[in-house]
Design a protein around this ligand. Structure first.
Ligand SMILES: [Zn+2]
Length: 428
């Protein structure tokens, strides 16, 4: 029996390096898709996988046990929101995000870059997905009412909760995310919109690259300083909007970036994504990024977009849409998306989706769901969220199985043949 202290020490020396890894089990011969496993200190994630969003350390209206039961492998929370409330130091004291919210699995945190800027400049929650719209940098600069100011060092912003002033730099974002303690963190980036001009996209990309180096350095320092904590992986974020040369440059630069011996453990594909070009943009990036590291497509989660992401080489996805639309009575089904509050469901005693195996579909009818939505009952949000999250988690699991079985193209054609509804990118 090894003395406890020595064992701990060995675990620290050897366990940390081994506690995050990505294994590819199968690569599709017809596309960039792959099937793999991301191993984290809180358990594995079988990929491709959809990661449900619990922005403020809770998937709104649903118990963590229910999220586990419906097949969620990991949850993604947001550093910006948790920093403001309850404070990242509280999560540190609680033993980290997973323990704090009673979630028995891996967790991710978004860096806060998107939120600082989106809440600061008053972006809509659904980013503009139309690259044809007039471009103007006033959406970022010059607006007298905006709550965020970006400079080369970081972002100064006003809290949307109480108006207090705060400043995020790459170092602060790393400190906040280390305190929150998620297994996978994202580097602090400047997120732009499709409305920004090309010169501004170049400026934001250069800034994101400079910030990436500072994130790696601070991440390394904190990893060494916070002895005994499980290893937290850091993903770099690829920007470049809809421009091929910018996206490829970002993927080349960040994919090979190493600072003081530290490189990124994986990558997030972020920034403004023109929906019509989603597959093209993602394939530019994924043909360049190192094959042996996982790739996360940020804020994408509509069914038709998930197929595009998977076939173009993305491993994980997050999106707040599944739960957000559920609270407004909108549900995904194999036939498409519809609203349960619609009067045609008043006497419909069938499940939301007859092919769905979720708790809601196996216990409740559309008529009951219609009733709780019309009556504004709290239960409506819980039951509809369970269905929507299960629908999306299962859809991506089915894509994984189809890749292993070699029939992804047929599965995609079958699904999209019956499914009608298109919706945008959404982060919270
Ligand atoms: Zn269901």
């Amino acid at each position: 029996m090894m003395p406890y202290g020595l064992m701990n020490n060995l675990e620290f020396r050897f366990g940390r390096a081994l506690s995050f890894s990505f294994d590819i089990q199968h690569a599709d011969s017809n596309s960039l898709a792959r099937v793999g496993t991301i191993n984290t200190p809180h358990g594995p994630i079988q990929t491709p996988a959809f990661i449900p969003v619990g922005t403020k350390a809770t998937v709104k209206s649903v118990l963590p046990e229910s999220m586990k039961d419906l097949g969620a492998q990991a949850l993604l929370s947001n550093a910006y929101h948790l920093y403001l409330q309850p404070g990242s130091d509280v999560l540190d004291e609680a033993g980290g995000l997973a323990k704090f919210m009673n979630w028995p699995g891996p967790t991710f945190t978004d860096s806060g870059g998107f939120q600082v800027l989106s809440l600061g400049v008053g972006f809509k929650k659904v980013l503009a997905m139309d690259a044809q719209t007039t471009r103007h940098d006033d959406v970022i600069a010059g607006n007298k009412d905006r709550l965020a100011h970006v400079d080369d060092e970081g972002v100064t912003f006003k809290s949307h909760l109480d108006g207090s002033m705060h400043r995020f730099t790459p170092e602060v974002s790393m400190q906040v995310q280390h305190q929150i303690g998620a297994d996978i963190m994202f580097a602090f980036d400047e997120c732009t919109t499709l409305h920004n001009t090309r010169p501004y996209q170049v400026l934001a990309m250069d800034r994101t690259y400079a910030w990436a180096i500072r994130c790696l350095d601070e991440h390394k320092r904190l990893t060494q300083e916070r002895v005994g904590k499980p290893y937290q992986a850091l993903f770099g974020v690829i920007q470049g909007a809809q421009y091929e040369d910018l996206r490829k440059k970002a993927a080349t630069d960040l994919g090979s970036l190493e600072s003081n011996g530290q490189s990124f453990d994986g990558f997030g594909i972020g920034g403004a994504l023109d929906k019509g070009q989603l597959g093209t943009i993602v394939s530019w990036v994924n043909q360049i990024l190192p094959e042996n590291k996982p790739r996360h497509l940020l804020g994408i989660g509509a069914p038709e977009d998930l197929f595009v992401g998977v076939e173009n080489g993305c491993d994980t996805f997050d999106c707040v849409l599944a739960s957000r639309i559920a609270r407004t009575s909108a549900v995904y089904t194999m036939e498409g998306r519809f609203n349960l509050s619609n009067s045609r469901f008043k006497r419909d005693f069938t499940p939301i989706d007859s092919e769905c195996d979720c708790y809601t579909c196996t216990h409740y009818t559309r008529a009951y769901m219609h009733h709780v939505f019309r009556g504004k009952e709290i239960l409506s949000a819980t039951l509809a969220t369970i269905h929507n999250e299960r629908f999306i988690v299962r859809l991506v699991d089915q894509m994984r199985q189809a890749l292993l079985d070699g029939n992804f193209a047929d599965m995609k054609a079958d699904f999209l043949g019956g499914y009608t509804h298109r919706s945008g990118q959404s982060r919270d």
